[in-house]
Design a protein around this ligand. Structure first.
Ligand code: NAG
Ligand code: NAG
Ligand code: NAG
Ligand code: NAG
Ligand code: NAG
Ligand code: NAG
Ligand code: NAG
Ligand code: NAG
Length: 255
């Protein structure tokens, strides 16, 4: 309850203060976030590198789980995400229709490299030239913690429009995982370490290893825009209750 109030206050403050930088301000560094493999392939879709690594441990493990809320709307789904990885900068989940074209929505859980405090960002990665630009996806319920180089976070993506990127099914998307550096709260280039290929995000078993293991481990670099990735402050979409607003805002941001 207290956390909920904090989030509400933070969202309001960000919303009305034009000088702040969007999602960077939703920081909850001492939240307890417990991420395990429990339910993988049954209740939640899990993707990780290296294979079968333990997100609850202290070793190298870049892990994401995805639960799509039912019912899945034809034009999108609410996704509940757990993300865990090792970085003294940031870890990121990317969702894209095709890693080779269009754009990727990046959901970034990071630590400020000066204070080691958790912060959260969303950005758009241009799959062609690898430039990152600030955006404001609809995200709620952000919780994150930093322990040394281990970063763990949970958040809900309130509306994913995968068809925005011309995927055949609204819930089909490719998951990318990667890391990068931070300078304060400025996001450095995205270094991709995993490309899942197309998965049905609504099917926890769509990544069952016996049939289709994620194989692509290509490392790519990204370049930063001149702005240093500053988030445009005027359109902050982090809200606790967004269902009605989401409709309005989506029209404004995708047109
Ligand atoms: C997090 O915990 C540290 C150490 O206990 C404390 O100094 C800091 O103020 C806490 N931060 C928040 C946001 O509660
Ligand atoms: C976030 O997602 C979880 C799991 O689907 C759900 O239980 C929770 O109510 C969601 N939170 C919000 C604010 O929608
Ligand atoms: C991505 O980058 C390419 C090459 O710079 C550019 O032509 C294209 O318009 C960019 N796409 C978006 C969505 O910004
Ligand atoms: C941080 O990690 C260390 C092990 O590296 C562990 O002993 C400690 O309990 C962790 N702290 C939290 C708050 O999880
Ligand atoms: C999703 O994206 C597609 C393609 O851009 C668009 O036609 C559709 O209206 C969008 N759906 C929603 C709910 O925004
Ligand atoms: C933070 O990152 C920047 C850029 O990578 C680096 O120059 C700086 O030394 C780092 N600061 C700390 C305290 O690690
Ligand atoms: C990208 O990450 C890999 C390991 O995942 C590392 O070996 C490589 O040096 C990184 N590249 C950059 C440019 O940071
Ligand atoms: C990635 O960055 C490294 C180090 O800056 C560079 O040597 C390498 O050529 C880059 N790779 C690509 C694909 O841009």
């Amino acid at each position: 309850m207290e956390r909920g109030l904090t989030l509400l206050v933070a969202a309001l403050v960000v919303y009305v203060t034009p000088s702040v930088q969007g999602t960077a301000h939703l920081s909850f560094s001492n939240a307890t976030v417990d991420i395990t493999r429990s339910g993988c392939g049954v209740n939640k879709l899990c993707v990780e590198t290296p294979d079968d690594c333990a997100p609850g441990g202290t070793g190298d493990c870049l892990f994401v789980s995805v639960v799509a809320a039912a019912p899945v709307a034809p034009n999108g789904a609410m996704l509940s995400i757990e993300l865990r990885g090792d970085s003294s900068g940031y870890i990121a989940l990317g969702l894209t229709a095709a890693a080779s074209k269009d754009t990727t929505m990046l959901f970034i859980c990071a630590q400020n490299n000066l204070t080691n405090r958790f912060f959260f960002r969303t950005m758009t990665l241009n799959n062609t030239d690898s430039v990152l630009t600030g955006n404001e996806e609809l995200v709620s319920d952000i919780r994150g913690m930093v322990n040394g180089t281990v970063i763990k976070c949970e958040f809900n993506i309130t509306s994913v429009n995968a068809t925005r990127s011309r995927s055949s099914q609204a819930t089909t998307a490719t998951i990318l995982l990667g890391r990068g550096t931070t300078r304060g709260t400025t996001i450095g280039a995205f270094n991709r370490t995993l490309n899942s290929g197309p998965l049905n995000l609504a099917d926890p078993a769509s990544n069952v290893r016996a049939t289709a293991a994620p194989t692509n481990t290509t490392i790519t670099n990204t370049t930063m825009p001149n702005s240093g990735g500053a988030v445009q402050p005027h359109a902050v979409l982090l809200l606790l209750s967004v269902l009605s607003l989401a409709v309005m805002l989506r029209e404004g941001s995708c047109g």
